[in-house]
Write a protein that binds this ligand. Structure first.
Ligand code: SF4
Length: 215
């Protein structure tokens, strides 16, 4: 199946099922700073939890300047109970100061500058570049990694390797939508355990690689 068609079917199905990640944009807006903060908070955390914590933090500190005025301990309290909240609070505190001292208080739009920020790795940088700056990058998290392997788009053991291959095989025009489409689909249909293959619009074309038990 053509990748554009595949992504469209994923989007339709996960939207019909109310995937949590699809309400993130309306909850946090599309500003680069909000997207960066949310993405840093989201690692290993459920979207509902990240959304609550992100909204609380951004209501108190909507800009890098505002965030830099909070202590790491204050940030910690605001973002609890996201996963690794202590580490993330430390990173966000340092990140705000670095945005001000090195980037004029703005979120930079290059991969190198973004990954120089505390707590920002390849996945986060690529999501911010795609979502906030419209660049042709793919943020590969566990959903994207898992679904790409099940569909046979890649045959890889790590998200990093998946990212390398998807970068080569996905046409630019689909890259920035790929993360949100697969994350939403992974939350609702192609779930980590027991994917809903019998209800999946891709089932006929999907080789279901590595799926041991499905519904
Ligand atoms: S058929 Fe199953 S494994 Fe394939 S994409 Fe759909 S839910 Fe995932």
């Amino acid at each position: 199946m053509e990748i554009g068609r595949m992504l469209l079917l994923m989007q339709r199905e996960s939207s019909r099922r109310g995937a949590p990640v699809l309400s993130v944009e309306s909850a946090i807006g599309r500003g680069p700073f909000a997207i960066l903060v949310f993405t840093v908070l989201s690692a290993r955390t459920r979207d509902e939890t990240t959304m609550k914590a992100g909204r609380k933090l951004l209501a108190r500190a909507p800009t890098p300047q505002g965030l830099s005025r909070l202590t790491a301990a204050q940030i910690q309290k605001l973002v609890y109970p996201v996963g690794f909240y202590k580490t993330k609070a430390r990173h966000l505190h340092a990140l705000a100061h670095k945005l001000i001292s090195e980037f004029g208080g703005r979120v930079p739009s290059s991969f190198e500058s973004l990954t120089s920020l505390p707590g920002v790795g390849r996945k986060t940088a690529n999501i911010v570049l795609a979502s906030a700056f419209g660049k042709h990058t793919i943020g590969v998290d566990t959903h994207v990694h898992r679904i790409s392997n099940r569909l046979g788009l890649v045959k890889t053991k790590s998200p990093e390797k998946t990212n390398d291959i998807l970068d080569k095989i996905i046409p630019n025009r689909y890259k920035k939508k790929l993360n949100i489409s697969m994350v939403a689909f992974g939350q609702t249909v192609c779930t980590p355990l027991h994917p809903k293959c019998s209800e999946c619009p891709l089932s006929k074309d999907c080789p279901k690689i590595g799926v041991r038990s499905s519904r």
